[in-house]
Structure formats: structure tokens, C-alpha cells
Design a protein around this ligand. Structure first.
Ligand SMILES: *Cc1c(COP(=O)(O)O)cnc(C)c1O
Length: 420
């Protein structure tokens, strides 16, 4: 088993779990802040550059606030995410609202907060205008369809429900201008968990060319291109992290070629990544509770797919370390399973692990994005606590674990409530 580094050891977690029982998530503040600084530094050539953290990846106010402190904005896709941001003081153009199939109430909140509204469809121009009014600044999401191949995880753009066709963009900006918009942005997102840096450079080039064409045909000035999220992380031990410098310098080259010194200059770049910012720096910590030996060997832990559904849902690989056994030989082949009545409730299948005993602590890596956030309550399972390992080495609970009272809160046991 190749070792992945951890910001804590067994003795530390043994102390933490006296106060906060397993399973729990723990996020590494120092590493998240460093990642934010590295991203901003990589794009220091680009005036106005901004990363809008995709709130859906880790919708915890302490995390979003920490990232705002590093200079990030926030990218929301729902009313709840907007309100989460409002309650920690993020508003105006620090907020991006990238949603789809959106309800007018969500648009109303986004407009009230002054968020940059990114429309997913041409029909939403009039829908927005009629329901809450056309803002001064408006952005459209572009779906290049057959003009671009997507990556494996997000699928082919042609099959994706998102965005405007190229032709609709031209009609759309003209219509928004008619309705009073004076400032414009252009968005796309065609990758998810992509590890090829050139993919993002190609996406930037595609949008830069489109900005030039929109300017020529419609005489509009696009202020920014938002390249979406989708930068990947090395979940598997043999994968390497993306080089932000390589992505940034590749984009600078196409910027210098297509934008610098032309009538569309200045144009700024926005990103809305979630995964690369928090993914590698969050861990799901769980204890071994049972071992089972039938046709295969199973190790049962106290977390389950409702705490982290990526392995069960997508067959996604998450590396797993056993605390205190990091240097032992991985010589037993096991399935590591949760307690849902679903056979896909497995964190690992046929994984070579060191011999795991009841009471061992397993740490599931790369769970910091789209981990706790995708949790659910099927089978009466409760969402776990989230902890923050602070820069000074102390541990702060940033979300308590759910209780049975939370689970039953929406039910009535009093008397049947029958609609007449
Ligand atoms: C999910 C999502 C993101 C973030 O994706 P990551 O893979 O976490 O970087 C950004 N923008 C939109 C529109 C999304 O749906």
C-alpha cells in the first residue's frame, strides 16, 4: 500500500474521538488555506482574477468564510447556499449564482443579494426579467455541444442538460441588452474531476474566441469568462495533482494571443472550483466494528454510504489508511463496508489492506469535497459531525452530528393528519 500523508496520527485521533465519536469528517485548515493561496498566486498575471468556491462541495459556513478570507468569492446553485453565504456576510459580486432549471424564488434571492446571475437557458432571460427584473450584469452558460468533447465524468456536452447553444448565445445577449443589461459575462463548464491541464487551456481558448466573435457581431463587451470548476484531484495513489502553474501559463499564452491589446481587452478570468480546494484536505474517520468471513472477507466500519456516497454511487476510488498500521504490509484482500441494506454500500472492494482489527481507525482520504455534502438519511442513517483541524493544532466542531430528534423532526406521532 503506498502511503498518503496525513495531518494527524493515531494518538491524536484517539484523543479527538474521546470528545467526538466516530464517524466524523475532519478538515485541515492549513492545507485548505495554502491551496487557496496557491491558486490565487498562479493567476497573479490576470487582473481581476477570482475563484468563486463552489459551495455545494463543502457547504459549511466556517469553510466558506475561511476561503472568503483568502480572497475567494462563493458560487451558489440554490436558495439555501445563497442564504448560507448571506449569513456570513458574502454578497454582491462576491457571489456567483450558477443554477439550472431555476425557480423564480431563487432568482429573487440572488438578485436581492446582488449576486452575479448566470443563466442556464435562453428562456430564462424573459423568465428572470418578468419575475424579478433584469439585473445590470448578466452571465450566460455556454454548452458547446458537438464543438467540444467532454470528459468521462461529466459526459459529452451534447448529452448534457446545461447551457445555451452557440446560436442562442448571440440571440440571448441581444435580448438581455434590449431588456436593460449593460454588463456581460460568459460561462462554461465541460469537465469534472479532469486531470489533464491542457483541457482547461483549451476551454479558455474556446471562450476567448467566442468573446471576440460576440464583440464583432453584437458590439458587446464581455467583462469576464467563467471557466467553471471541474479541476481534478489524484484520488488514486498512482495519479499526480494538476499543475496550476501549467494551467495558468497555458491560459496566459492564449490570452496574449487572442485578447491582449485587442478591443476586448480587458477580460478577466473567473473559476468556480470546489473539488481541488477542499477535496484532498478532508477525511472521513471511521472505526472498524465488525469482521465477517464468508465467500469473501469483509471489514465493517461505523460509517456507511450515507456519509460518503461517491464509492457506492460512482464506484469512485478513495484511498484508505489504517492509523498506526501505515507501514504494515497490505497483505489481506477485503471489502470495507457500511451498514446500509444496499450491497453497493462499500468504501472499497477487493482492496489490499494491512490486517484490520475491530477497534482500528480507518481514514478515508479525499473526502473534503462532495463528501459530507452528498450525505443522506436513507435507512435512518444520521449525518456525522464535521471537525476543523485548525492551524494552531486545536480541533473545532464546525457541524454537530445529527441526532434522532433531527431525524424525527419533520414527523408527527400525535394523531393521523388526514387531508379532507
Ligand atoms: C459542481 C459545480 C462546480 C464545482 O465542481 P468541482 O468539480 O467541485 O470543481 C462548479 N460549477 C458548477 C456549475 C457546478 O455544477
Amino acid at each position: 500500500m503506498s502511503n498518503r500523508s496525513l495531518p494527524f496520527d493515531k494518538a491524536f485521533i484517539d484523543r479527538v474521538k474521546e470528545q467526538f465519536p466516530t464517524p466524523f469528517y475532519i478538515y485541515d485548515e492549513a492545507a485548505i488555506r495554502q491551496c487557496a493561496k496557491d491558486l490565487i498566486k498562479a493567476f497573479d498575471w490576470c487582473p481581476g482574477f477570482k475563484e468563486y468556491f463552489a459551495v455545494k462541495a463543502t457547504p459549511n459556513p466556517r469553510i466558506v468564510e475561511m476561503l472568503a478570507g483568502e480572497g475567494f468569492g462563493a458560487d451558489c446553485s440554490s436558495l439555501a447556499e445563497l442564504i448560507l453565504c448571506e449569513r456570513i456576510g458574502i454578497s454582491g459580486e462576491e457571489l456567483m449564482f450558477t443554477s439550472n432549471n431555476t425557480l423564480s424564488g431563487d432568482y429573487g434571492a440572488a438578485k436581492r443579494m446582488g449576486a452575479v446571475i448566470n443563466l442556464d437557458d435562453i428562456s430564462h432571460i424573459d423568465y428572470l426579467n418578468d419575475s424579478v427584473g433584469m439585473p445590470e450584469l448578466i452571465c450566460f452558460r455556454y454548452n458547446p455541444g458537438p464543438l467540444r468533447s467532454g470528459n468521462v465524468l461529466i459526459g459529452e456536452p451534447q448529452e448534457a442538460k446545461y447551457g445555451f447553444t452557440k446560436e442562442q448565445l448571440f440571440d440571448g445577449y441581444a435580448r438581455a441588452k434590449e431588456l436593460g443589461a449593460t454588463r456581460f459575462g460568459l460561462h462554461t463548464m465541460v469537465a469534472s474531476n479532469e486531470l489533464n491541464p491542457q483541457f482547461f487551456v483549451d476551454t479558455a481558448e474556446m471562450l476567448f474566441e467566442l468573446v471576440v466573435e460576440l464583440h464583432e457581431k453584437l458590439d458587446i463587451q464581455i467583462e469576464f469568462v467563467n471557466l467553471g470548476g471541474g479541476m481534478g484531484i489524484p484520488y488514486k495513489p498512482d495519479e499526480s495533482p494538476l499543475s496550476l502553474e501549467q494551467i495558468s501559463s497555458g491560459m496566459k499564452k492564449v490570452y496574449d494571443k487572442l485578447i491582449a491589446g485587442t478591443p476586448v481587452d480587458p477580460l478577466t478570468i473567473y473559476l468556480e472550483n470546489g473539488r481541488i480546494i477542499t477535496g484532498p484536505y478532508g477525511y472521513l474517520v471511521t472505526e472498524v466494528v465488525h469482521k465477517k468471513d464468508i465467500y469473501k472477507q469483509y471489514v465493517g466500519v461505523d460509517a456507511c454510504m450515507s456519509n460518503l456516497m461517491r464509492p457506492g454511487m460512482y464506484g469512485a476510488y478513495h484511498h484508505i489508511s489504517v492509523l498506526g498500521k501505515e507501514n504494515e504490509e497490505a497483505n489481506t484482500v477485503v471489502d470495507i463496508v457500511g451498514s446500509l441494506c444496499e450491497n453497493n454500500d462499500k468504501f472499497a472492494i477487493d482492496r489490499e489492506m494491512p490486517n484490520m482489527e475491530i477497534g482500528d481507525i480507518a481514514v478515508i482520504h479525499d473526502a473534503g469535497a462532495h463528501g459530507h455534502a452528498m450525505g443522506f438519511q436513507y435507512n435512518g442513517k444520521l449525518r456525522s459531525a464535521e471537525l476543523l483541524l485548525r492551524e494552531d493544532g486545536t480541533v473545532e466542531q464546525i457541524r454537530r452530528a445529527e441526532t434522532l430528534e433531527d431525524y424525527f423532526a419533520t414527523l408527527s406521532f400525535e394523531s393521523a393528519c388526514v387531508a379532507k
